[in-house]
Design a protein around this ligand. Structure first.
Ligand code: GLN
Length: 282
């Protein structure tokens, strides 16, 4: 839906005007067509914090909210518990990681509630982590050892890794089309995810745990994406370690190519620390 930028949202008047210089052509594209936004505020929807927030994924919601507010955007965040319907009018949906049983319960409820699929049909952005990522795929192995259907929003399917659980810090080089710096995250999963033709790997693992890190599919891939739907195995929380990913989600929601800069001092310190933990130079 077409709408004007939020009142007072002038990138030239943001915190660091001296650093905010874009070529005129790009400037024209900025903030002009927030077509995916349904009203004057950015609507974040965090799906099932009661089931899928075992691994600190609340931080993703907090970082996303903060990075949007730092750009002068009005933000509303809806935390949808598993006994509530998933609204279809969100701009960005977050779905986090969880243990095997809550993951099955979340999948059951999300299959019954078609809200997320309808939101995606409307062009919403979805960012999913670990259990949430597996749920977005065609199927995964549940806590009963059975094949559990997912939502089929990403062309991936997950099996159960035969070896030890994949646990540890990971570094990965993102798909260059996404314009992101190196990704850092902490993985903790038993599942192995296989990618179909309908998605691209989110990134290629460059440093990982003893089992290769990321999807664990033997191809060195990490996560998957297509259009506005993203999945990753990276916790950390991943948006705290990779604020550029939060910014990418906001840019997609606004349908702009760039955002005014926002301070990254603490994010940078965290990134450097966690990159060093993998034994790689920061
Ligand atoms: N239960 C899933 C697995 O172990 C996902 C774990 C997670 O979300 N960290 O593969």
């Amino acid at each position: 839906m077409s709408m004007p930028p939020p009142p007072g949202y002038d990138p030239r008047q943001q915190q660091h005007p001296q650093q905010y210089q874009q070529p005129p052509q790009q400037q024209q594209q900025q903030y002009g067509r927030p077509s995916r936004m349904s009203d004057s505020s950015l609507r974040l929807v965090w799906i099932y914090p009661d089931l899928l927030s075992t691994y600190g994924d609340r931080g993703n919601a907090l970082v996303l909210e903060r990075r949007a507010r730092q750009r002068g955007l009005a933000v509303s965040r809806i935390d949808v518990r598993s006994d509530q319907p998933v609204p279809t009018s969100g701009d960005i949906y977050l779905i986090g990681g969880g243990e095997d049983r809550p993951q099955r319960l979340a999948a059951e409820r999300l299959r019954q509630d078609s809200g997320l699929a309808r939101a995606v049909d409307n062009g919403a952005i979805v960012f999913s982590v670990c259990a949430g990522y597996q749920i977005l795929g065609h199927e995964f192995i549940n806590d009963l050892g059975q094949r559990e259907p997912g939502l089929g929003l990403l062309d991936v399917w997950s099996t159960r890794g035969e070896g030890a659980r994949s646990v540890g810090d990971v570094l990965a080089e993102p798909d260059p089309r996404l314009g992101l710096p190196t990704l850092t995250g902490f993985e903790n999963h038993q599942g192995v995810t296989h990618l179909g033709q309908g998605v691209s790997p989110l990134a290629t693992v460059t440093a990982g745990g003893p089992h290769g890190g990321g999807n664990g599919d033997g191809n060195g891939t990490e996560g998957a994406w297509r259009d506005t739907v993203f999945g990753t195995y990276l916790h950390g929380p991943v948006l705290a370690r990779n604020p550029a990913v939060a910014d990418l989600l906001i840019k997609l929601a606004l349908d702009v190519n760039a955002l005014p800069p926002a301070d990254t001092t603490w994010y940078d310190a965290l990134r450097a620390e966690r990159i060093a933990a993998t034994g790689q130079p920061a």
